[in-house]
Write a protein that binds this ligand. Structure first.
Ligand code: CA
Length: 328
């Protein structure tokens, strides 16, 4: 049995990632904690509640986490996931997530109780992790593992502008840039930490038809929820990454990170690196990338994923969405 805490700014790909966890009989979700990002912290919490309820997992607790970054101004992603993070569908859970108790103290309690047993999944900005690190600097070594959606991936040797590298072709890393201080704080702590960022996740653009077909042939609520909330989202991806014959596609970013934890054999490329932040002077965007270790390296070394078995991940997603409820 794997014990998981999920930290999510619940948009469309977060919803799918939550479903992979909710369906897995080997996974106990101890808590879901919200964070701002794809939408407000409040909506992120309610959306997570809605996803879990849709999957028949009313037993999984959801808590409110960080609503704003540690230092910088609040930025969000409304153009991609809609104002409500759910493609402007307006879906709300039967009962909203209360403002108290807060997620970070809950996490610290869980770490006391399940010392060295928790796999932490950060699917949004790393603000909750950074707040928990402020209270408990040993946090990352007391978790079994930490998997984070963020980073440009591994930078080239002595690369001073990794976002410009044609091999990476990533212009945005919202989870990191929405709270760069939090990202830097996590990067400066030792632990079993894996970063799975846009360089990996943007390679996996899934045809919208994949989900539409499952939803229409099975009629199952989780698959139908994904197709309902992803109409605008698929529109964004299809405009940003035009496909032959105008085929509509969408990203499954957070599911890649979840798959890397639940099915480590699907990770086909990863390196161990210290991580550094970078500033794009032109746009003001900030990035985090794995850099080359130096002699007598003292910076924490984290794992940076750069390749995955994308078909394998999609196969797992298909299996889950075609499985009738109840999942547990
Ligand atoms: Ca996310």
């Amino acid at each position: 049995m794997r014990r998981v805490v999920v930290d999510t700014d619940t948009g469309v790909d977060d919803a799918l990632a939550l479903m992979l966890l909710a369906a897995d009989p080997e996974v106990e979700i101890l808590a879901v904690i919200s964070v701002f990002g794809n939408t407000t912290g409040e909506r992120a919490a309610d959306n997570a509640r809605y996803v879990l309820d849709t999957c028949g997992r009313t037993d999984v607790p959801v808590y409110r986490g960080a609503d704003v970054p540690i230092v910088q101004e609040l930025r969000m992603n409304p153009g991609i996931h809609g104002e409500d993070g759910f493609g402007n569908t307006g879906l709300r859970p039967a009962r909203s997530v209360p403002a108290e108790p807060r997620g970070v103290p809950i996490l610290l309690d869980l770490v006391e109780r399940y010392e060295g047993e928790i796999d932490y999944l950060a699917l949004g900005p790393q603000t909750n992790l950074a707040m928990a690190l402020e209270a408990e600097p040993e946090l990352l070594t007391r978790l079994r593992s930490t998997t984070i959606v963020g980073t440009l991936g591994p930078a080239l040797y002595h690369d001073t502008a990794p976002w410009e590298d044609r091999r990476f072709r990533v212009s945005r890393d919202p989870n990191v840039s929405f709270d760069i201080d939090a990202a830097r704080m996590v990067a400066r702590h030792q632990g079993d930490v894996t970063w799975c960022g846009p360089y990996v996740t943007r390679q996996a653009l899934v045809p919208e038809d994949f989900f539409l077909e499952i939803a229409s042939t099975t009629g199952f609520a989780p698959a139908q929820l994904i197709t309902e909330i992803s109409r605008d989202y698929a529109g964004f991806y299809s405009r940003s990454y035009p496909q032959p014959e105008g085929r509509r596609v969408m990203g499954i970013n957070d599911s890649m990170a979840v798959a890397s934890l639940l099915h480590p054999e699907l990770v086909t490329g990863a390196v161990m690196r210290p991580l550094e932040t970078f500033l794009d002077e032109e746009t003001g965007d900030r990035f985090l990338a794995g850099v080359h270790p130096v002699k007598d390296e003292t910076r924490p070394i984290h794992r940076v994923i750069f390749d995955m078995d994308f078909d394998g991940v999609l196969e797992r997603i298909g299996e889950v969405l075609r499985r009738p409820l109840p999942w547990r």
